[in-house]
Write a protein that binds this ligand. Structure first.
Ligand code: ATP
Length: 294
């Protein structure tokens, strides 16, 4: 769906994005994460055709963005990091105005606006956009990006500044859009949301892509998976003990299997068995502070 090859963006001598290779597959949600100034917005804006790369190639749906930007933009919805609305229009008027810009016939536009606002639980259709709360404004901006029913959505920090519930609503909403066949590329700082929603995660640092993979592979390469078994035994053992419970914590599943066998053979009591896996936050911090990466 999206293919970037050797994409760079320079401002004078400064590389906001450098030699970026990235592919987003049809129907996936990819999340770009990275520190402030890592180059996320610059990358998304280049893909949305809002700024031109200094060098490199961007292909969207098999077409060159440099040559076919008008056709590509018809299938692409972009949500900027900050999207000021026309504050003197009410929600319906504002969305209808944008539908006209997209060339949608009025009847189709009205039906579509209703459906999108319904799906976003946005009932304040007659309220002026200037009077909306931050969360409602973000929903209207998302609705605007969806008006022309694009196959591809580029979302710059879709839930920044939103309360946890609205934030989660939007994340869940994006998951539903994926279920309806949309391809989504987003940037975010909330790593819990990224881990929850994204099929693959691209991590950027100082304009460069450090790694891009599924959460499972990121854990395998950069994280930890640890198991813990808690049990009671009728003899003294050389394991950590708290109250009457012994505890073994290890990354070696073979060790856990051996203890489980002992528990079963000797009729001891298994109290708890759990697994802890590195969250994206831990992987991200390790990567950002690891001098071997960039
Ligand atoms: P944040 O998480 O804070 O939104 P980001 O990862 O989206 O950051 P970008 O906005 O892409 O980062 O910026 C990357 C770098 O490029 C920053 O150092 C920024 O100052 C620089 N930059 C972006 N736009 C311009 C511009 N028009 N002129 C000069 N430098 C720019």
């Amino acid at each position: 769906m999206i293919k970037l090859k050797g994409v760079s963006k320079f401002y004078d001598q400064f590389a906001a994005v450098e030699a970026l290779d990235l592919e987003v597959q049809d129907g996936e949600i990819m999340g770009i994460i990275g520190h402030n100034g890592a180059g996320k917005t610059t990358t998304l804006k280049m893909i949305a055709g809002l700024i031109e790369p200094t060098s490199g190639m961007i292909e969207i749906m098999g077409r060159s963005l440099a040559k076919d930007s008008i056709a590509i933009k018809k299938s692409l919805g972009f949500l900027p990091e900050e999207s000021p609305l026309y504050e003197s229009m009410n929600v319906s008027e504002y969305l209808l105005f944008f539908s006209e810009l997209y060339g949608l016939p009025k009847r189709i536009a009205l039906d579509r606006i209703e459906a999108i606002l319904d799906s976003l639980n946005l009932e304040e259709r007659q309220k002026l956009t200037g009077e909306l709360s931050k969360g409602m404004k973000r929903k209207v901006a998302i609705a605007r990006a969806l008006l022309h029913d694009p196959a591809l959505l580029i979302l710059d920090e879709p839930n920044s500044g939103l309360d946890p519930l609205t934030s989660f609503f939007i994340i869940d909403y994006l998951k539903k859009l994926k279920g309806r066949g949309k391809t989504i590329l987003l940037s975010a700082h909330n790593l819990f949301h990224v881990e929850y929603i994204c099929d693959r995660i691209a991590i950027m640092k100082q304009g460069k892509l450090l790694i891009c993979d599924t959460m499972k592979e990121l854990v395998k390469r950069l994280g930890k998976r640890e198991y813990q078994v808690i049990f009671r035994a009728d003899q003294e053992l050389d394991y950590e003990k708290k109250d009457d419970n012994y505890s073994l914590k290890t990354a070696d599943i073979g060790e856990i299997a051996a203890v489980l066998k002992q528990i079963s053979d000797r009729n001891w009591t298994l109290v708890d068995l759990s697994m802890r896996q590195s969250a994206l936050e831990e992987i991200y911090i390790n990567l950002m502070t690891d001098a071997t990466y960039v």
